[in-house]
Design a protein around this ligand. Structure first.
Ligand code: KG4
Ligand code: ZN
Length: 329
């Protein structure tokens, strides 16, 4: 089965073709980061309009890459939510239109399910069950994953998401958007020991997170010290965030007795987080899996893949054209 995946929940247009026999045949992405940069964050109306401009040219490009025609597609998957309503509507409309025109089934995919399953696009892929650390711009969750659609929430952030904390800290340090890559780059030249920042909820005894206090601590530090030592502040922030994320993920693995940890979402691209988790995994003898680096942040491949699994298991969505801007997994 050949599935076209369409991701348009936020500021990247992602299109991909996934073949259940052959794997990922092609994918293409257009990031709107440069367009939103001057506003310091995503402008929803601009995002929607850009998705409209990009989606079909990207689809043509992916079909050409894979040497396939529209008529070869057996099903269409789109991100149904959560995300920006206008942006989601673009992907949903294109999926519905193609579905009618080609007479193919259409399935709406939960964006986080896409992230959650994306490490299975890598080789070797993690078998079920596993613990998942889902760290994106909007979510920070630890989940137990027993199979497709079988997810149990173990802990989550009580306030800001991890990626949001990276983005807000970057803003305080005068770095651009998105903040994660900018912070980790600047942190390379900084001394993480110069300033000591709090590790919120590190010893809370549960698997929940909190990042709002860390952001406030950075704000206080920047007010006191200015930006002369911005690299040291970035390094201190990253060290604090990574320590909390890694400790809780390791604790979830320990409590569950599982042997596999999967890391997904944009913050999963963070090098220091990966190094820390790799070291913990080697020491404690569990395996840790990441999506291919280019599939950590939003992309169409994870939607095509999750959609293919959903179509195979549960069949198409019920025919209603729908988006769900707010939606718990
Ligand atoms: O998964 P994603 O692309 O979009 C959402 O679904 O939210 O995640 C985007 C988030 C942003 O907050 C971005 O700053 C963060 O992932 N991010 C990183 C890195 N690359 C992206 N955070 C830390 N280190 C990185 N290397
Ligand atoms: Zn995402």
């Amino acid at each position: 089965m050949l599935v076209l995946g369409i991701e348009s929940s936020c500021d990247e247009t992602g299109i991909a073709l996934y073949d259940t026999e052959r794997g990922l045949l092609g994918h293409a992405l257009h990031s709107q980061v440069a367009m939103h940069a001057e506003y310091g964050g995503v402008v929803p109306e601009l995002a929607s309009r850009d998705h409209i401009r990009r989606a079909l040219p990207l689809t043509r490009r992916v079909l050409a890459q894979a040497d396939r025609r529209l008529a070869d597609i057996d099903g269409i998957a789109y991100t149904q939510g959560p995300g920006l309503a206008g942006a989601l509507l673009v992907g949903a409309s294109i999926a519905a239109g193609l579905g009618v025109a080609l007479r193919r089934p259409v399935v709406g995919v939960h964006h986080l399910e896409g992230h959650l399953l994306s490490p299975r696009l890598a080789d070797p892929k993690p078998e079920f069950p596993f613990i998942a650390l889902l760290v994106s711009g909007g979510h920070t969750q630890l989940m137990r994953v027993d199979g497709v659609g079988r997810y149990r929430l173990l802990g989550e952030t009580l306030d800001d998401a991890a990626g949001e904390a990276f983005d807000k800290t970057a803003q305080l340090l005068g770095l651009g958007y998105p903040g994660g890559p900018a912070i980790s780059k600047l942190a390379l030249t900084g001394d993480p020991g110069r300033y000591k920042l709090p590790r919120p909820m590190l010893n809370s005894g549960d698997l929940d997170f909190s990042f709002a206090g860390l952001k406030t601590a950075v704000l206080t530090l920047v007010k006191r010290e200015g930006l002369d030592h911005a690299a040291d502040i970035a390094a201190a922030f990253q060290a604090a965030a990574v320590e909390v994320l890694a400790s809780k993920a390791v604790e979830a693995v320990r409590q569950s007795g599982m042997q596999r940890l999967v890391v997904a979402g944009g913050v999963g691209a963070n090098r220091q987080l990966r190094e820390r988790l790799d070291a913990e995994a080697a020491r404690r003898r569990f395996a840790v899996y990441y999506p291919p680096l280019d599939l950590c942040t939003d992309n169409g491949a994870m939607i095509a893949y999750a959609g293919a699994l959903r179509l195979a298991e549960a069949g198409p969505s019920d025919g209603r054209f729908a988006i769900r801007p707010r939606w718990d997994l």
